[in-house]
Design a protein around this ligand. Sequence first.
Ligand code: ADP
Ligand code: ZN
Ligand code: ZN
Length: 732
Amino acid sequence: MLFASVIVNKRAQAVDRLFTYAVPAELEGTAACGSIVKIPFGRQHSEGVIVELSTIRPPGDYDIKDISAIVSKRPIFNGELLALSRFIADYYLTPQAVVLNAMLPFSMAFGGRLPQALTVKRYYLEQAKPLRLSPKQELVWQFLQQNEGASEQELLKLVSSAVLKRMRDNRMIMRREERAAAACEIVNSGQEVKLNGEQQAALAAINAEKRGARRPFLLIGVTGSGKTEIYLRLIEETIAEGRQAVLLVPEIFLSSQMVDFIRRRLGYKAAVLHSGMTASERRITWEQVAAGEYSVVVGARSAVFAPVPNLGLIVIDEEQDGGYKQDNAPRFHTRTVAQKRAELAGAQLVLGSATPSIESYYQAEQGAYAQADLTKRYYLAPLPLVQICDMRTELQEGNRSLFSRLLQTKLADRLKKGEQSLLLINRRGYYSFFSCRNCGSVIYCPHCSVPMAYHDSERLLKCHYCGSKLQPPEVCPTCGSKAIRHFGAGTQRVADEVKKLFPTARVGRLDYDINSQAGEGQRVYRAMLSGQYDILVGTQMIAKGHDFPAVTLAAVMAADITLNIPDIRSAERTFQLLTQLSGRAGRRLLQGEAVIQTYLPEAYPIRLAADHDFKGFYSEEIKQRAEHNYPPFCALARIVFLGLDRHITQKAAEAYGAALREKAGEYAQICGPAPAPWEKIKDRYRYNILIKCRLQQELNQLLRDVCRQMEAKNRLFNDIIVKIDIDPYSVM
Ligand code: ADP
Ligand code: ZN
Ligand code: ZN
């Protein structure tokens, strides 16, 4: 008789333990650790995952029910992923079932219906654009052109299958069967690339680490220093050893140049996971990756769970990026998970960045991480000259425009020379607020404590969090003044102002709003790359994304916006963003320039970013962290309480706070509860408690004890949602 220990697919903490089931004789051949099974649970059926098999009946005199069916023919999770899921569940205080679900890019219930074919149908353009196309055909044509091909599922969202068939019959488009993770043929293989001295030294250091202590390796290289080439070498060596590599990027769209580079050099050996994939494509790819059919998997943070059978290398590019922290449960940080997975697999972890996170650099300083530096750009172009422009002086001297006189001169100069410029608006909400010039009050969302954003094109106020809409008021609801209008500068406003200043300039615009329209983001990028714009106005995306070789001027409109956000990483984020942006100016042999407009020119993140001085910034910031006892000097957790009633939410938070203080004794510091900086979102009030401990284990134990105690005691707070965030990235 065979017994299976099963994690049941339920989100509740109370059932986060192993349940024993008997494996019926007819299923004994197929039951394996990591298989998804159907099981009776209470009065219903549920899915579950087998994590252990044993021939010994567990002690205790109770009825053991039978597994009803095995959903997946082959195990879905290998031993390494099962162990990793347990680690994440413990570290982030999340039920293991929640973690297992988050690892899978498809639903557990989907496990059974494995599509027959392991390929998907993709469409491509077959000829030059025909003269006559019907409106529907035009739609398909545009989509295929912008996206360089598309899957059948994507196209069927636009038109019917009859339209596609007709276009195929007329040889306008063609259809190919392809593997789901759409790689392509190797384009420029055989081209010999020689590493320069710094690159060689870094590669040798990483390899020494791989053969030795195998500490995580921090590769610090200024933008353009050739980190990608080193990643590629490491991947090729991993493949030569018969193992697989995982390459993580903050976001596939923003990293598409690197992804294209890897595809061109590795072709079909590379699988690229992206958000446009359908559930069945994800399911197929998972099988193929698990079968070892790909040598490298490229993807955003969830690709850290790619089920490669013999992991030899994980690379995290731009390791400082906030996108590596997941903000719903399990609230893991990719770096933490990757470090554990590399340890389990005996793989090497490489973290690459021009501006590493404070945490990682601290680890390197302490010797817990190994480290190498690339100090020069590969093409030896000097780093851009950065000028800080004090906007207070501008105002004093009568310039009320969004553009300093310096920036205006520089833009004019670029336009004259036919060179391109980038203008960054570094704000989270990237639209204007609606506020009163008379009394200064701002229109807030009635459901969320955040200012509403003004959308000029629709003349509407919209909430960025809950989506509610409002007509902008004619008079101020507070003081009745008519001097109420939109302020601040969103991408639209800045683009309009640029056009007023330079009527002949061709101005493009890119923000998350535009990028969320199918194919639009790609179109704007291509237009910029091919020189159809003189100036590109955008949010963070333009600082993080592609290289534009013809850009010689990069400017930020108001650098202090991100600095003024009351959050733990505001200084760090501001420094990183400014450094990234100025790194965009002047590639290859063109000397680049950057302009930072600010009201706080002496603030250290701004001053040191202008000097490209990461180490200077690090030593300032680490002093601040030490003084205020923030990570890396403590283990930090945040508990957020959400409730519809302010009073009850506060009471619940206070009860937790009291319990925490009572248990904490000497070793923990409890801050709060206090209303979160964004006090209300989607009608729910939010209270924060921050907990600081010397050691991660102490923090974990304290939270575990207190949560158990509170869950047992407080039926009163049933309607309150309690979210625990270990190593929070933000406390807003
Ligand atoms: P990073 O990722 O560090 O910002 P990249 O890897 O994008 O820098 O490299 C910058 C440029 O230098 C790219 O155009 C890349 O192709 C080129 N490059 C880097 N290393 C080499 C090399 N060893 N030989 C030839 N070109 C290189
Ligand atoms: Zn007013
Ligand atoms: Zn709202």
